[in-house]
Write a new protein. Structure first.
Length: 110
């Protein structure tokens, strides 16, 4: 089973919008090794949410792996998660601030 280490997805968030950063392709499994959250705002702490939606399910409370977690002004949070995902699972993110960037990194197994 070939493994491809890669940037799975990146997004500069739009405020108050849920973004699907990564969807596992068909016939693929993925391990998300890390999620990087960067606050580009110089004078405000911001909060963020991260969810994993199994098999493309509609977003629901049980899908959150981080909810209203904080990152301080001009700072970065690096989460080492080791999330195991199956085909069509979705990693989604949300923030109320448009100065937040999310990066999802890991390995695809085909």
């Amino acid at each position: 089973m070939p493994q491809t280490y890669k940037v799975l997805g990146q997004v500069a968030a739009t405020a108050n919008t849920t973004h699907n950063v990564y969807t596992v392709p068909a016939s693929t499994q993925t391990v998300v090794s890390s999620v990087i959250i960067t606050n580009r705002n110089s004078n405000a702490n911001v909060t963020y949410r991260i969810a994993v939606q199994p098999a493309g399910a509609a977003l629901a409370n049980q899908h959150y792996v981080a909810y209203e977690s904080a990152v301080t002004a001009y700072d970065t949070v690096a989460l080492s998660l080791g999330l195991s995902l199956g085909n069509t699972d979705i990693v989604s993110v949300y923030t109320a601030n448009s100065n937040v960037t999310f990066g999802v990194f890991g390995v695809e197994i085909t």
